[in-house]
Design a protein around this ligand. Structure first.
Ligand SMILES: [Zn+2]
Length: 413
């Protein structure tokens, strides 16, 4: 009898325990999904957070660990004489330029530590951009033009045309979203003059660039890789860095020495190895210079964003961006992954942030997302993202604060 009562009592206690545990689990797993714009309105608040950098400051675009590598579209035009005796042939041209392009991309990634100023501690960052040869229709991104009026590059004398945009205006393809690179021989008339030099040279003109001297030179393609990097740098806003007016504090003024020289004052060494100077290295890009390039490639109202393949519109859910510290995103930014804000961490969005379609921002218990006054979270993909998820565990809950002036858009309803 006693045993039966005991069994009954234990059974009852068991049920109570199970109910308690189930309820406890329910509390543990509470998840609030803010997947429509109305549900976010209750998180609006007055924020009084000063942004250390404005949305237009290049330093807000210095690549960090959360950047993805941007692919810049380019194509190649080979200019030739009408008798096809001058210029790269359809066989040699692609071989040459493909080797050059690969080497240019490799050298960008190698980004060397800056030589100047002496004793500097300027970090050599991953530049997070590369060139992408872009096929159009059946073409592989290579084009030939046989044109006696426009094939030749002349950088000296009466017929000087290095600053002329004529060849670009006639032959560029997709010029609003592709960097058109014109590979030009020096003009055959110039070669008749003994004082004319057919050295490798280049010039950036708006969104396009002209490079010359490659076909005449016996040097290997890689010898011109940094010339290409220098000229593309101009396209995306970089200036020569030796003058001191390039908008960067980390590129000092110097005499612009090609090589170390005991006979030239100021060139005894060390000399600059910066990509935007004229020197025999051109292998270093400073953080500020990278900031200028990425500002060009990222700002939604800028003319150069269209030159980047829209990788931010493909959600890559093989990994997430984990915010595990206090992180400020000052510049405009596009991401390719879901974002998880961990316990004890805060992500503050100060400018525009584009989320890929079907992505989410998850705030873990004890984590915090702040969308500051100029903050704007959207999906720049003609599509919708999935919104913000706030997790709660017991009394610990993810925190969300959205400025009254911030914008949240493109959430799926
Ligand atoms: Zn230049």
């Amino acid at each position: 009898m006693i045993n039966k009562r005991l069994v009954g009592l234990c059974f009852l206690i068991g049920i109570v325990c199970v109910v308690f545990i189930v309820n406890a689990c329910k509390i543990k797993q509470r998840i609030q999904r803010l997947s429509n714009l109305e549900s976010l309105e209750s998180y609006r608040t007055d924020l009084n957070i000063e942004s250390a950098l404005s949305c237009s400051d290049p330093m807000a675009y210095v690549p960090d660990e959360y950047f993805f590598e941007k692919q810049i579209r380019i194509n190649i035009h080979f200019m030739c004489s009408e008798d096809s005796l001058i210029g790269f042939s359809p066989k040699k041209g692609p071989e040459y330029m493909w080797t050059l392009l690969k080497n240019a991309n490799k050298r960008l990634l190698e980004n060397k530590k800056m030589n100047l100023p002496e004793g500097n501690e300027t970090p050599a960052l991953n530049p997070k951009y590369q060139y992408l040869k872009t096929a159009i229709a059946d073409e592989r991104g290579y084009f030939w033009h046989y044109d006696d009026d426009l094939y030749g590059f002349v950088n000296k004398g009466k017929y000087r045309n290095n600053y002329s945009r004529e060849v670009i205006e006639k032959y560029e393809i997709g010029g609003d979203s592709i960097v058109n690179i014109f590979v030009m021989p020096h003009h055959r008339d110039s070669l008749k003059s003994k004082s004319y030099k057919t050295h490798g040279t280049g010039i950036a003109l708006g969104n396009s660039l002209k490079i010359a001297g490659l076909v005449e030179d016996k040097k290997k393609p890689w010898a011109y890789a940094t010339l290409l990097n220098h000229e593309v740098g101009h396209v995306f806003g970089l200036r020569h860095s030796w003058h001191g007016n390039d908008g960067c504090d980390d590129t000092p003024v110097h005499p612009n020495c090609w090589a170390e020289s005991k006979s030239r004052p100021g060139c005894e060494g060390p000399i600059s190895n910066n990509m935007m100077d004229y020197n025999n290295s051109q292998m270093a890009i400073s953080p500020c210079q990278l900031g200028i390039v990425h500002k060009s490639l990222t700002r939604i109202k800028g003319r150069y964003r269209k030159f980047v393949r829209e990788d931010w519109c493909q959600l890559d859910d093989t990994r997430s961006i984990i915010i595990s510290d206090n992180v400020d995103w000052y510049g405009e930014r596009d991401v390719r992954h879901n974002i998880i804000i961990e316990n004890g961490a805060t992500l503050t969005v100060h400018c525009r942030l584009s989320m890929p379609p079907a992505s989410e921002i998850r705030i873990k218990p004890g984590g915090q997302l702040i969308v500051n006054d100029n903050g704007w979270i959207h999906s720049d993909c003609d599509d919708y993202w999935n919104g913000i998820i706030i997790e709660q565990e017991g009394s610990s809950k993810g925190q969300l604060q959205i400025s009254h002036d911030a914008q949240i858009e493109d959430i799926v309803s």
